[in-house]
Design a protein around this ligand. Structure first.
Ligand code: ADP
Ligand code: ZN
Length: 291
C-alpha cells in the first residue's frame, strides 16, 4: 500500500509517496505560490499515483473543527492569497481518498514522538522556534485540539527586566511568546540578524528567559513527559542549558517529578529528526485516516 503526504509551508511545499513502512518512494518540492497555482500542482502530483490515503501538514492557522463547514481551510494567515483558502476541500474534490489534516507543528510533533529517539509517552510537547513559534501537545497519540488547534506560540509572558522591547513584535498581542522570542523578533529587537548575535550577548539571556517561561508554563498546564524544542533559533545549542536552569528556577521546587529535579538534561531536549519531521508527520496522518 502507498500513502500520499503533503507538507505545505510559507515558502515551500513538499509532496511525497510513502510505502507502508514509512520509506519515501518519490518526492518533490515546489515553491508555495498562490492557491490557484499551488493546489493544481498538488493535485497533479498525486493524481497519477495509487495512494490509499493522503496526509496534509500545513502552515496555519487552519480550521480544524470537524463540525465546521470550512474544516480544513486556511484561516487568518497574512500569506497573500491563502486567507480562507479551502485547502482540504480542493484536494478532496479531486483526489477521492481518505484524508487527514493538521498543522505543520502538530505533524512534526507526531513524527518526533513516533520516529524520534523518545519512547511513546502519554503527553509530549514539541515546540519550534523559527520564523514563528508553534507548539504541538500530543496527548495519548493525538494532537490536542478543541474549538480548533491550539495557538501555543501566542501565550503571553512576563517581560524580562532588561528587554528593550518588552511589548514584542506580534501584530495581535502585547508580550506574546512568538512576538518576543521568534527569530524575526530577536533580529528586530537587536537590529542584527539572529544568526550573527554572539553567544555572550544579552539577547540570549533574554531568549532563554522567555523560552524557560514557556517550558515552566507548559509543565504546569500539560505535565508533558518530555519537552522537545527545535527550529532555526535552537541551532544555538548553548541555549539548552540556559533554558533548563531557568525552567527549574521558575518552577521553584513546586513540581517534584524526578524529570524536573534530577533529569532536566534529558527532559528539555533537541529534536532527533531534522527537516523531514513535517513530511513524516503527514505520512502518519495519512495512515491514521484509514484506521
Ligand atoms: P521556518 O520557521 O521558516 O520553518 P527555521 O526553523 O529555520 O524556519 O527558522 C528560521 C528563523 O530562525 C529565522 O528567523 C532565523 O533568523 C533563525 N535562525 C536560523 N538559524 C539561526 C542561528 N544559527 N542562530 C539564531 N537564529 C537562527
Ligand atoms: Zn501573538
Amino acid at each position: 500500500m502507498q500513502y500520499g503526504a503533503i507538507e505545505t509551508g510559507g515558502t515551500k511545499t513538499v509532496m511525497a509517496i510513502f510505502d507502508e513502512t514509512g520509506k519515501i518512494l518519490r518526492h518533490t518540492t515546489i515553491p508555495t505560490k498562490n492557491p490557484d497555482e499551488t493546489l493544481p500542482e498538488m493535485i497533479a502530483f498525486f493524481g497519477g499515483e495509487k495512494i490509499a490515503s493522503l496526509g496534509i501538514c500545513s502552515f496555519g492557522p487552519l480550521d480544524l473543527n470537524r463540525g465546521s463547514k470550512t474544516y480544513g481551510n486556511i484561516t487568518s494567515t497574512p500569506k497573500p492569497g491563502w486567507q480562507d483558502a479551502p485547502l482540504l476541500r480542493r484536494l478532496r474534490d479531486e483526489l477521492h481518498v481518505p484524508m487527514g489534516i493538521d498543522t505543520d507543528v502538530n505533524g512534526a510533533a507526531l513524527a518526533e514522538m513516533a520516529f524520534g529517539a523518545t519512547n511513546p509517552m502519554n503527553v509530549f510537547l514539541y515546540v519550534t522556534v523559527g520564523t514563528g513559534i508553534g507548539g504541538g501537545v500530543i496527548v495519548h497519540g493525538e494532537a490536542l485540539k478543541g474549538m480548533s488547534h491550539i495557538s501555543f506560540g501566542h501565550m503571553v509572558l512576563s517581560p524580562h527586566g532588561k528587554d528593550p522591547v518588552p511589548r514584542g513584535f506580534c501584530p495581535f498581542h502585547e508580550g506574546c511568546l512568538e512576538g518576543l522570542a521568534s527569530g524575526p523578533a530577536i533580529t528586530k529587537r537587536w537590529q542584527m540578524s539572529a544568526e550573527r548575535i554572539p553567544q555572550n550577548h544579552l539577547a540570549w539571556e533574554i531568549e532563554a528567559f522567555y523560552l524557560a517561561q514557556m517550558c515552566a508554563n507548559s509543565v504546569l498546564m500539560f505535565s508533558p513527559e518530555k519537552i522537545c524544542i527545535g527550529g532555526g533559533v535552537m541551532q544555538r545549542d548553548f541555549l539548552f542549558p540556559m533554558i533548563r536552569k531557568e525552567t527549574v528556577r521558575r518552577l521553584g521546587g513546586y513540581v517534584r517529578s524526578p524529570s524536573i529535579l534530577n533529569e532536566i538534561d534529558s527532559y528539555i531536549i533537541p529534536p532527533t529528526l531534522g527537516p523531514e519531521s513535517g513530511i513524516k508527520g503527514a505520512f502518519l496522518l495519512a495512515k491514521k485516516a484509514i484506521v
